[in-house]
Design a protein around this ligand. Structure first.
Ligand code: NAP
Length: 281
């Protein structure tokens, strides 16, 4: 039984959960496989049905973990995967997608992203994405780690009208996108997928987060997620392979941050006062 889950609209109007699940570092060790599958399944039950993966993660093994987790419930999830920039040529993209589909044991990826910009001309990747869409192998495409100038270049390509998201590093300690990339995406009605929402755990010891968390009888991770989730057009994709983390992250949806909380968080993690080049992990 899935609990309350806010949604974010893609440019075509279809909605996806605002809180999804990441999979980086899953599939690295056989001993952890069962727990990782179980964690993703628990997340799905709780309504965190958007699952983010990539051909890069554990050299394809993360996609196989996802396949096991969604076995028998493919239609309940919104699958995101990514092509590596070195594979992102016209034919390479198609071949990479076919390999991902095989590992994911499905006939379609809901959202297929270019993982980051490499040497391949953007229009080649986009042409392949459009071919994959026409063939029904992907439903939407998007980009990742694109800064404002990359988004402008993408927009100038006549065949780039269907971009569905930009997945970027965004959390309390990485607020650079608030200066221009986020306003650009908002103007173009483009949701942002916030990766590493708890800074891979590094945010958890921060005193200001702990102080706000204490007032809500919550954890620092939950406050970091609640801070993202209170913003419109943001999809957060924490990765958790422990069930207690999955439950905790889901419960962040119930936290309503007050004005005082936000003031304290702004003081500890100031918003940018000028342009900041996009950071990547
Ligand atoms: P993250 O989600 O910020 O942090 C993951 C780490 O935090 C894991 O060690 C996890 O532990 C721990 N954790 C999760 N929930 C917790 C909680 N409630 N309390 C304490 N610890 C908790 O970092 P991330 O994995 O880098 O980012 C999330 C996802 O974004 C990735 O998995 C991936 O899908 C995507 N991503 C995309 C890009 C890109 O270039 N497009 C780059 C980085 C990440 P356990 O696993 O032990 O539960």
């Amino acid at each position: 039984m899935s609990a309350f889950m806010p949604t974010v609209a893609l440019p075509n109007g279809e909605t996806v959960p605002a809180l999804g699940q990441g999979t980086w570092n899953m599939g690295e060790s056989k001993a952890k496989l069962r727990d990782e599958v179980a964690a993703l399944q628990l997340g799905i039950e709780l309504g965190m049905t958007l699952i983010d993966t990539a051909e890069m993660y554990a050299a394809g093994m993360a996609e196989q973990v996802v396949a096991a987790a969604i076995n028998g419930r493919r239609d309940d999830v919104f699958l995101v995967s990514k092509v590596l920039p070195q594979n992102a040529g016209r034919e390479g993209t198609i071949a990479a997608c076919e390999r991902s589909l095989k590992r994911l044991r499905t006939d379609r990826i809901d959202l297929y992203l270019l993982h980051w910009r490499g040497g391949v001309p953007l229009h080649e990747t986009i042409t392949a994405f459009n071919d994959l869409r026409r063939a029904g192998k992907i439903r939407f495409w998007g980009v990742s780690n694109f800064d404002t100038s990359d988004m402008e270049e993408l927009q100038r390509l006549s065949n780039a009208t269907a971009v569905a998201t930009n997945q970027v590093l965004y959390n309390l300690s990485r607020r650079g996108i608030e200066h221009d990339l986020m306003p650009w995406c908002r103007r173009h009605n483009l949701p942002i997928m916030a990766y590493s929402p708890i800074e891979q755990g590094r945010l958890l010891k921060h005193a200001a987060l702990k102080a706000v968390a204490a007032r809500h009888n919550a954890t620092a991770a939950q406050v970091a997620l609640a801070w993202l989730l209170r913003q419109s057009g943001i999809i957060a994709i924490p990765k958790a392979s422990r069930p207690e983390h999955v439950r905790e992250n889901h419960a962040a949806l119930r936290i309503g941050l007050t004005r005082q909380d936000l003031r304290e968080l702004d003081a500890a993690f100031p918003p940018p006062d000028g342009p900041v080049p996009l950071e990547m992990l």
